[in-house]
Design a protein around this ligand. Structure first.
Ligand SMILES: C[S@@+](CC[C@H](N)C(=O)[O-])C[C@H]1O[C@@H](n2cnc3c(N)ncnc32)[C@H](O)[C@@H]1O
Length: 392
């Protein structure tokens, strides 16, 4: 347990202990669990996981701040770049947001799309957390006029029938339960979680074919074997997750924004303990066993793996660019200009928000955007302008 982090209240400690007991019981019944299963339970166990339970997660009073929580600029610029695709597809085109967070992105996006005459037929949200769905619903109902709020609908699973439109996901890929692996004597091992002396502890077990195969695929791509003792993350489920989520999009664009690297940087030899980060009350640290259920657990994204999964799902890769350059070439400067007429305080707030989104030391370079398209000619222009997909 990390001792330099804020101490939660008694209720929160009881909540975390209930989740820890559930995880311990599963380990007692089935043996050490893959780290990905541990992360899945920590984040999504019904009623107890970090995203499934009622704690405030996003924003100043939560544990971390995402781009839509800074203000409306991010959502306005993102839907500005997706609007030409929606217009091309006509009035039956839908917008599907994956992982709707607090609902702030949806509200700002719909307001912007209404003023630019590019409203989607429906604004669909695929959100696994029942608690977040309720928060999203409450937010869109208070922040939007009834006619706009009525366009929003929540899905229990990705669309099954062929559809036209756009998909957007901010910070969803980093929240997918990640597998951790290591190498011993040249063999691939999967990091599992066990209980030792009453506490959660790491235990490496020989990897199964899926995990071993995924690691060997990366080694072949990098043209070098991982050194013994090297430890990192991988998403062996991504080649299946991507077509499950965007496969039925017959015509349209799918845009993902997240923190990560191209594969050659993700698996740098010096990054020998991976990219896992936990967030608890705005402090980032590396201990996933700290207060399960009360902290976020994430891993950076291997964007080469995302590109492979998207193109293997039958899409064309539109482009890949750092968030800062992407937003600056996707209408953000015009939105900042608009703020100039709103008075000094609001103008300063907007400039500060734009800086957080775009400066290299803030979100501008750590976050990247990648988009895929199928059957449309209108694609996010800012990704073409600054395309770095040759680095993938
Ligand atoms: C870090 S939050 C980001 C929320 C929001 N997009 C934002 O930027 O503020 C991750 C979100 O992804 C959701 N999520 C996790 N796994 C998902 C999945 N398989 N499909 C859709 N959403 C998912 C979580 O419940 C949560 O809403």
């Amino acid at each position: 347990m990390k001792t330099d982090l804020p101490v939660p209240g008694a209720d929160e400690i009881a909540h975390s202990e209930a989740l820890a007991a559930l995880i311990r019981n599963e380990i007692a019944a089935h043996g050490p669990m893959p780290f990905s299963r541990y992360m899945e339970l920590c984040l999504y166990a019904p009623g107890l996981g970090y995203y499934s339970a009622g704690k405030t997660k996003f924003g100043a009073s939560g544990d971390f701040v995402t781009a839509p929580e800074l203000g409306d600029l991010f959502a306005r610029a993102i839907v500005g770049t997706l609007a030409p695709t929606l217009r091309e597809l006509g009035d039956r085109a839908d917008l599907l947001e994956l992982g709707g967070g607090s609902g702030r992105f949806a509200a700002a996006a719909l307001r912007e799309l209404a003023t630019t005459d590019a409203l989607p037929h429906r604004y669909l949200v695929l959100e696994p957390s029942a608690d977040l769905r309720e928060r999203q619903r409450a937010h869109v109902e208070t922040a939007l006029t009834p006619d706009l709020a009525a366009r929003v609908a929540w899905l229990d699973r990705p669309p099954q029938d062929a559809w036209h439109g756009v998909v957007f996901a901010n910070e969803v890929l980093d929240a997918l339960p990640t597998t951790r692996f290591t190498l011993k004597d040249g063999e691939v091992f999967e990091e599992c979680v066990t209980v030792r002396d009453g506490a959660f502890a790491r235990e490496d077990r020989p990897a199964d074919t899926l995990v071993g195969g995924a690691v060997r695929h990366v080694e072949r791509y990098l043209d070098a074997p991982f050194a013994d003792g090297y430890r990192s993350e991988i998403l062996p489920q991504l080649p299946y997750w991507m077509p499950a989520v965007i496969g039925s999009l017959e015509r349209g664009v799918a845009l993902f924004v997240d923190y990560g690297y191209p594969r050659s940087e993700f698996y740098l030899p010096e990054r020998s303990d991976g990219t896992l980060v936990c967030h608890y009350r705005h402090r980032g640290h590396g201990d996933p066993f700290h207060r399960p259920g009360l902290q976020d657990i994430t891993a950076f994204v291997d964007f080469t793996a995302v590109a492979e999964a998207g193109t293997n799902a039958g899409f064309e890769l539109v482009g890949y660019a750092p968030q800062g350059q992407f937003l600056l070439s996707s209408g953000l400067p015009a939105l900042i200009e608009e703020g100039a007429v709103l008075g000094e305080a609001e103008r300063m707030r907007i400039v500060n928000e734009a800086k957080r989104l775009t400066l290299p030391g803030e979100m501008g370079e750590r976050f990247q955007a990648i988009a895929f398209a199928r059957g449309v000619s209108e694609v996010p222009a800012g990704l073409r302008a600054f395309d770095l997909s040759r680095r993938l």
